[in-house]
Design a binder for this molecule. Structure first.
Ligand code: GLA
Length: 399
């Protein structure tokens, strides 16, 4: 399946860029990600526990001799080829999806990297857009890997993740944290990454679910972070931190234990602010505890923490909505499911569940039935595997 798509990628390149001559094209890839636990903790200086997945964004690219850049996406075919020059790297609404790779190019150059000629690139992604699996960070990091390969940049993987975050923050206008770009840049096959978003220290944790698999449940409710309440949530957390700092010397909510938070909670008079901060603190504790449970081989303990995480995102952070609640709550009722929660920013997008392999089919059907009855349309299901981070693909991928 993927090989057919990659052949189509080659053909599309030749058609769109009319390159009869054989050009030196190179293929790059960046995955999407799911977050196992640790939601809305990254910009609060807390821990996250994501993994890269094997689906993602491919970029087939060739250098040009002039300063022109041409970009085409098979996922947005109707938008046609986006063209601009190396001297025109400002955000432009008309460039639509191409602002993500354009932003990455701009940030690499601003970071002092030497990119003096243009390129042609065709993208193809096999993660659904707006589904909370980080299609935007995926195209940013696929572009990063491409620029790294074509222009021999001197940017390490952590720095590349930070540049991707700058694209979101300064180019697109979403005040997101580092989690998505870090997971996508640093992903490792069959591993999750426990990341301290304050220090950027990280640890790979083997994901061995044995007789269980990780099921992704897409609510099929699309959203973009730019139009969601994402930035509002972040501001509420910043307000909470400022108020807490009147009494306690902390740099981030992630530094507070649940007990320490209880002592300063009274400073947060506004209920919404108090609830947001409570989520940030308790979620951070759950995330650290998750690693301990997984290391001890206690998958059930981890599943319970996943459920608690969803409840906190539903009741305190208020980012789940009817779609994600229906998916998670329907999953909790099923025999063979040991944990389920929304993943990513929320407001639509995907939930995940850990499901006994033998029961996956019946679990999917039961959840689908409940979802369709309540929402009037279907959810989609995918089985996820933890894959590698952004990289250049070797020739055999395409043959
Ligand atoms: C989005 C952001 C991340 C993170 C999550 C919520 O995916 O891009 O930085 O804040 O939401 O955990």
């Amino acid at each position: 399946m993927i090989n057919q798509k990659l052949q189509a990628l080659k053909q599309t390149f030749d058609q769109q860029f009319q390159s009869e001559k054989k050009r030196d094209k190179r293929l790059f890839f960046a995955p999407g990600r799911v977050n196992l636990i640790g939601e809305h903790t990254d910009y609060n200086g807390g821990f996250v526990f994501p993994c890269a997945i094997t689906n993602g964004t491919y970029a087939l690219a060739a250098k040009r001799n002039d300063n022109q850049i041409r970009m085409y996406s098979m996922n947005f075919a109707a938008a046609g080829v986006k063209k601009f020059s190396l001297q025109q790297l400002d955000y432009n609404q008309e460039d639509d999806w191409a602002n993500y790779p354009k932003g990455m190019l701009a940030k690499c150059i601003q970071a002092g990297q030497e990119i003096t000629s243009g390129f042609d690139v065709v993208f193809y992604g096999n993660i659904p857009n707006g589904a909370g699996l980080s299609s935007s960070a995926s195209i940013e990091l696929a572009t990063g890997a491409m620029l790294q390969g074509l222009y021999e940049l001197t940017v390490d993987r952590v720095k590349m993740a930070k540049l991707g975050q700058l694209v979101e923050n300064e180019f697109i206008g979403v005040n997101s944290g580092i989690m998505d770009q870090f997971a996508i840049s640093m992903g490792k096959k069959n591993h999750g990454i426990l990341l301290d978003c304050h220090s950027l220290e990280y640890e790979y944790a083997p994901l061995n679910f044995k007789d269980y698999s990780l099921l992704i449940m897409n609510s099929n409710k699309e959203r973009t972070l730019a139009s969601s309440k994402y930035n509002e949530r972040r501001e509420e957390c910043e307000t909470a931190l400022r108020l807490i700092q009147q009494e306690k010397q902390v740099e981030a909510l992630g530094e507070l234990s649940a007990e320490a938070f209880e002592q300063v909670e009274y400073l947060l008079k506004e209920e919404a602010v108090r609830k947001r901060a409570r989520h940030a603190v308790t979620e951070n504790e759950r995330t650290k505890e998750s690693l301990r449970q997984l290391k001890a081989g206690n998958l059930e303990g981890f599943g319970k923490l996943m459920n608690e995480s969803h409840m906190s995102l539903r009741d305190d952070y208020e980012v789940t909505g009817q779609e994600l609640d229906t998916l998670a709550e329907a999953a909790w009722e099923q025999d063979g499911v040991i944990g389920a929660r929304m993943t990513g920013a929320g407001f639509g997008g995907c939930a995940i569940a850990i499901v006994e392999k033998d029961k996956t089919e019946q679990v999917k059907q039961a959840i689908q039935k409940i979802y369709k009855a309540r929402l009037g349309y279907e959810a989609s299901f995918y089985e996820a595997a933890a894959g590698d981070g952004a990289k250049e693909c070797t020739e055999e991928v395409m043959t």
